[in-house]
Design a protein around this ligand. Structure first.
Ligand code: OOG
Ligand code: MG
Length: 259
């Protein structure tokens, strides 16, 4: 698509994020947009963030579980980017920072080596991984009612908004990550649960898919990046006063409170 249009749409989405103001999804005005166009807009959005001085923590995968695909009514995994300003530093997050946030439990990978090329496998990913750690991702679609098609959500940086990382680092080979069980609770009540296998069979497979998707663009995963592999559980709406807690078998607990 025309670069000027892609840039203009990217700016529209960045403003929605900065103003915490939901906007009409872009495919209403541009019904012809393809998945490729969505990524072109996302690339412009990433450039705007980099020009503003923000840094990439890592790319992330989204819509990798049946729970998420069903919930959002889309049928294929996507990627987006987590930036340094999105990483929560305390145990509290303020509802004022969001439009209509939801939380989901994920397993994150910290890479010790670059992963490049097509045909990357889960085994290669595990060999290149320094640590795995639990995370709660807070997604906040910029679109009205959190409703979108694939090109919309890709352009909107896969709804990325904030991440709370756990503090317990695991060595990837000490776990069968597909069998790691997770519960997601709010105010002491379990809202959803699952296991690592919910994420395209194995979270390492999600990272491999990501490497392969990036390879098509001539990009690679880099040593030092922290990568979210996608929600294991469905995403749960947040409200002021919520105490959110996710328990990961062997990887500890991630908690935060919504003020
Ligand atoms: C898209 C974001 C997807 C995940 O883990 O599935 C995502 C959305 O559901 O709004 O981060
Ligand atoms: Mg996610």
């Amino acid at each position: 698509m025309d670069r000027t249009v892609a840039k203009q749409i990217a700016r529209y989405l960045v403003s929605a994020e900065e103003d915490r103001q939901e906007v009409s999804r872009i495919t209403l005005e541009h019904p012809e947009l393809s998945v490729e166009d969505g990524y072109q807009i996302q690339e412009e959005l990433v450039l705007i963030k980099l020009e503003a001085g923000y840094e990439i923590v890592g790319p992330k995968m989204g819509l990798t579980s049946q729970a998420k695909m069903k919930q959002m009514n889309v049928n294929e995994p996507i990627y987006g980017y987590v930036f340094n300003y999105m990483v929560a530093t305390g145990q509290e997050i303020s509802m004022r920072d969001f439009i209509h946030p939801k939380v989901e439990a994920e397993i994150a990978f910290v890479l010790g080596k670059d992963i490049e090329g097509s045909g990357v496998t889960g085994a290669q990913v595990l060999a290149a991984t320094e640590y795995v750690l639990p995370a709660l991702e807070i997604i906040d679609s910029r679109y009205e009612n959190f409703q979108f098609t694939l090109p919309d959500v890709i352009a909107d940086n896969a709804s990325s908004s904030k991440v709370v990382f756990g503090t317990k680092l695991g060595r990837p080979n000490d776990f069968e990550l597909d069998l790691v069980g997770v519960t997601l609770s709010i105010n002491g009540k379990i809202k959803d649960l699952g296991a690592g296998a919910a994420v395209v069979g194995h979270p390492a497979h999600s990272v491999a898919m990501l490497a392969n998707m990036l390879a098509r663009k001539g990009l690679k995963l880099k040593a030092g990046q922290t990568i979210l592999t996608g929600g294991i559980t469905g995403a749960v709406m947040l409200h002021v006063g919520d105490a959110v807690s996710a328990k990961f078998d062997g990887l500890g607990t991630v908690d935060f409170r919504v003020t």
